[in-house]
Write a new protein. Structure first.
Length: 737
């Protein structure tokens, strides 16, 4: 906390007087307490669960002096004890037990004294002696008492085993009253079931609880976690057994092949993984997480079901509509475009793919217009908010994110699903390269059998952040009709961005624009020294591009970089660009972790937040900062969103963002470093994706060696999936078998 002074660790015994703030998602609370040997009312802050006035706590923590709120204790651990006085018990009962007001609390204490809390634990039926305590009312009292006790006990347990207690609420929702018992029996379940708790955290707890380094639970957890990481980090749907066992041996420091094989067999028996040979890919014993295996199978089955369900559209009607559509939209379609529009309208499932300048946007407009003229109910969607906004701007029709279209909520999942189909006759999805396997499955579950599905995307861009390679797999299956657009239109051929995007895709070095600024739209600046690349980026963004192109460096110029670390990674560049473009100049600022937020900063949302209606990848602008409260507000295209101190981890500075985070976005100008420090992530599709984010200007700065590495690298980012073969097989078996 900025501006605080710290004293050594201390302990107090305190009675809770009031609760100022409580976050039910992570248990963070601010409360006022009266403590023995401390004058007046004391403030405590920390992960304390749902405190109630009247309860007593034994607290360990550090005294700090907040610049606005003064002296307070930051709690590191605590233990709940019973109130010691009759008044304390009355206050506790009325504030913490369901169905108990002041009169009932006083009657209970008058009848049983301070022992009433022991009776709640040991013999609650005795409380029915008090008038008004019915059987149903007593059940509610006992349930609320036990759940509070159990959550607090769980927080204390997690504290003692160095697991962040912010996970207590999620763990309790999962395991309920058996939380501590379940964790003692197998803490590795945390790594499986709760995202955010990694294998290392669960492993540390398990080893402290006495689990052996070669315990079967530890082996199985490492195998499962390694598979999860294969999906999260590499987008893979499976991992060959040999590679999986090697990775787990490294993670565990256990080089016993037999133990690892037994662990994998145990996971297969428990149906947590599925193992199969994939002769089509010359792979023996591919290991799938069961959810990934089932997703691939179900996608193939549902896709065939959708394609094979007859829902005819008048082919003659589509042909007649096309000239009218061209006239209404004010452009003539090429033969390639007209064929694509026609086939998209008459097929149940259709794919349109192509690079920049090939007319995907034109075709999308024409398809929507034609289907609307045919009186079909068309819905438009994209994986991200920015991509949906661009789709809406291109077509003039409303478009939504897929999560919003399917009415997703964290508690209940997708509202539109197998049991509650989406009301649509056509669904057109743009930026399908960003669509992962689980989200595509959710879409297929929600579509009625009569619905048409049109998928638009550039297969050469980076694939989805989540596991799977949906667009490429659908195309490679050969079972889904498609239009691959190859003709680059004359106007697009004049753009060096478009020309070089196709050169990148062919593995060729870029060519400089033949025009002069401000008409030139592409520059390659050769520079081998990363520190000079860094300086060149700062000069380009802050001075040269704004001066020559009249662009606003804060709003119009985006740095895209492959990695977070290094001299030209997002971390270093964000700090340097912030100091150049948005210096403090005496204004308030808020420090959290590595980031410092100021009014006017460009920021990026890192996680979906459905309550606030902001989503992973959304760009916004810091509006207000309150360093004393540890809070700020962000303007996301007119949606003003508040963030308190517990939510700031969802934000990061966005003067420089990773290429992966830029998917689905376009910027007036992009500046991209290409250095050998980033060789691990330098791939052809990453360079191509970065370049195609630019509308008016793209500047690539770096070494020719690094650029050559990226252009030649077409395999390291390849994803291990089997969906294309499953689709091909089910179509062949059902049509020709």
């Amino acid at each position: 906390m900025s501006g605080t002074s710290v004293r050594p660790s201390a302990s107090i015994k305190a009675e809770v007087q009031s609760v100022v703030y409580h976050n039910p998602d992570n248990g963070y609370a601010v409360a006022r307490v009266r403590a023995k040997d401390e004058p007046g009312i004391v403030t405590i802050v920390g992960c304390l669960g749902q405190l109630q006035p009247g309860e007593f706590l034994e607290i360990e923590g550090e005294w700090k002096t907040h610049p606005k709120f003064g002296r307070q204790m930051e709690v590191s651990s605590f233990k709940q004890t019973y109130p010691a006085t009759a008044n304390g018990v009355v206050r506790f009962l009325k504030s913490s037990l369901k169905g108990v007001g002041e009169k009932t609390a006083e009657a209970l204490v008058q009848e049983f004294g301070v022992a009433v809390l022991d009776i709640l634990d040991t013999d609650p039926d005795r409380l029915r002696k008090v008038k008004g305590i019915t059987k149903k009312r007593l059940e509610g009292m006992v349930e609320s008492w036990r759940s509070q006790r159990e959550v607090k006990s769980l927080i204390v347990f997690l504290h003692s085993h160095e697991v962040p207690p912010t996970y207590a609420s999620r763990i309790f929702k999962l395991f309920g009253a058996q939380s501590e018992e379940k964790l003692r029996a197998n803490p590795y379940e945390l790594a499986y079931l709760i995202r955010g708790i990694g294998f290392r955290t669960a492993d540390n707890m398990a080893l402290k609880l006495g689990f052996a380094e070669d315990a079967p639970e530890r082996i199985e957890a490492a195998l499962g976690y390694a598979l999860i990481m294969q999906g999260d980090r590499g987008g893979h749907m499976f991992c060959p057994e040999e590679a999986l066992l090697k990775e787990c041996a490294r993670m565990l420091g256990v080089d016993n092949r037999t133990l690892l094989e037994e662990g994998l067999e145990a996971l297969e028996r428990k149906k947590r993984v599925h193992i199969e040979d994939l002769p089509e890919q010359n792979i023996t014993r591919a290991v799938f997480l069961m959810s990934n295996y089932r997703a691939e199978r179900e996608i193939a089955q549902r896709l065939f079901g959708l394609v094979s369900h007859p829902t005819p559209v008048s082919r003659a009607g589509v042909k007649q509509a096309l000239p009218k559509i061209e006239s209404a939209l004010g452009f003539d379609l090429s033969r390639e475009q007209r064929d694509a529009v026609f086939e998209a309208c008459v097929n149940k499932v259709f794919i349109i793919t192509g690079g920049p300048g090939t007319g995907k946007t034109t075709i999308t407009k024409a398809i929507v217009a034609a289907l609307t003229q045919l009186k079909l109910k068309v819905k438009l969607a994209a994986p991200t908010g920015r991509a949906a906004k661009r789709l809406s701007e291109a077509t003039g029709e409303p478009a939504q994110t897929l999560h919003r279209l399917l009415l997703y909520s964290p508690e209940h999942g997708f509202y539109h699903c197998e049991d509650q189909k989406l009301s649509a006759e056509v669904l057109l999805i743009d930026e399908v390269s960003m669509l992962d396997a689980q989200l595509f499955l959710a879409v297929l579950r929600a579509l009625p059998a009569t619905c048409r599905l049109i998928l638009v995307g550039d297969v050469n861009q980076l694939p989805s952040v989540g596991a799977g390679n949906v667009l490429a797999d659908l195309i490679n299956s050969g079972a889904v009709p498609k239009a691959v657009l190859t003709h680059i239109f004359r106007q697009a051929q004049e753009s060096a961005i478009v020309v070089n995007a196709h050169r990148f895709n062919a593995g060729l070095f870029p060519v400089q624009s033949e025009k002069e600024p401000p008409d030139a739209d592409f520059f390659w600046v050769a520079q081998d020294d990363p520190s000079r690349v860094q300086q060149a980026i700062l000069d380009m963004v802050c001075e040269r591009i704004p001066e020559r192109y009249g662009l606003n460096p804060l709003r119009d110029v985006q740095v895209l970089t492959p990695m977070h670390k290094g001299e030209v990674g997002t971390s270093a560049l964000n700090q340097l660009l912030q100091e150049r473009l948005n210096p403090r100049a005496g204004r308030p600022e808020l420090k959290r972790g590595y980031a410092t937020f100021r009014p006017g900063d460009r920021v990026l949302q890192l996680r979906n937040n459905y309550d606030k209606e902001v989503f992973n990848g959304d760009l916004g602008w810091v509006r207000d900062v309150d360093p004393e409260e540890g809070a700020l507000s962000v303007d996301f295209d007119g949606n003003i969103v508040p963030f308190d101190s517990t939510e700031l981890e969802d934000l990061t500075l966005a003067y420089a963002v990773s290429v992966h985070k830029s998917q689905g976005c376009e910027y007036p100008a992009v500046v991209v470093p290409v250095v050998t420090q980033h060789y691990v992530l330098l791939m052809r599709n990453l360079l191509y994706t970065a370049l195609t984010r630019a509308r008016k200007l793209a500047v690539f700065i770096g070494s020719e060696k690094a650029l050559a590495i990226g252009l030649e690298n077409v395999t390291s980012g390849a994803r291990m999936t089997h969906l294309a073969h499953r689709i091909r097989q089910i179509f062949a078996n059902n049509i020709f078998g």
